[in-house]
Design a protein around this ligand. Sequence first.
Ligand SMILES: *Cc1c(COP(=O)(O)O)cnc(C)c1O
Length: 417
Amino acid sequence: MTTTPSPTLPTPAGHFGAFGGNYTPETLHHAISQLTQAYDQARNDPAFNKQFTQLLRDYVGRATPLHYAQRLTEHVRKSEGKSRGGGTSGGGGLWLKREDLAHIGAHKINNSLGQGLLTVRMGKKRVIAETGAGQHGVATATAAAFLGLSCDVFMGTEDIRRQQPNVKRMKLLGANVVPVESGSCTLKDATNAAMRDWMATSEHTHYIIGSVVGPHPYPMIVRDFQSVIGIEAREQSLDQIGKLPDHLVASVGGGSNAAGLFYPFINDTSVKMVGVEAGGRSTNLGDHAAPLTYGSPGVLHGSRSYVLQNNDGQTAPVHSISAGLDYPGVGPEHAYWHDTGRVQYTDCTDQEALKAFTLLTKTEGIIPALESSHAVAHAIKMAKNLPQDQTIIINLSGRGDKDLDEAIRLLEFEKKR
Ligand SMILES: *Cc1c(COP(=O)(O)O)cnc(C)c1O
């Protein structure tokens, strides 16, 4: 954490260029300034950093490996060679940052654990969280169990129906899953409900937001806690490859696994970065979840960023094969990186992600989360057009066990078509 680099953003008021800030009702201002202060003290406290680092090692199992995906790389080189009529001159090397091997099977635990420690530091006894696919809910329920905090997770009733295994996990971990029956009964609505709860309970409750979204200081805090991904990847790349990577690729929902990988490389101008949003089933509004690719600036959940909205400024419905990318907004720092050109953003479709899911499973024996499959799909496309000495690090943000039923159902459906 102390080793995060220092483009000094956000500003003290939480702005990343034209994005970010704090657009919350006054009832939350006290809790937010309390959090700002607590984090400011914690990040400068060697004891806090030491405790967090030790837990990341002994409890989460870090460092997660950087794995050379040799068979996947060879597969891409062969198919590319064939399409060029022979030869194997093209095809960059594909490396996987294995966040799927972190405790709970995804990167989300890094943030929930960090914010759990902040909760204890603030003397609060209860945490709340929003969840869509249930991954952030499970991460937060896990941190709460470990730290002895009580935990309520807000979840849309539609998501509760679709994500039963994670609902069961949260309950086993001792969390209370609060069904949210409003709007589309999904993540956006769960976030609204969590914010409402926090307004009434902030004296003894901390709201653990699950991605680099929400009002300042959340986007900064979550980025910093997730930066361990990029800090490790940078060291591992120098050590294992002997140079910095040429490209980084990560999926973007709210943007936390991408920010965690990208941020420690942000001053390394030779390193190119791509964030991959959920292209869903078509480019029509409502059929995807790609605000940086198809959206426009607006305010959602307390901060200014790119948002998917209709002409009246109403937040649009979203779709993705992957529940963890199914969000109409994105972190404000990504909006800034998008507008300044530091990071490229693109999208890939449900079909492309599903194909990459199968290919990685068959070539490497690693079943990726459908979210991470979006990054894999795009990295494969990129690798085809790169010389062999170029390297790409893909953030394998999570494992795919949670997606088996959905993936198998879709693959069967494909076969029948
Ligand atoms: C939640 C989730 C994502 C998307 O969230 P970000 O904040 O964009 O990282 C990606 N991958 C996995 C495995 C997730 O659980």
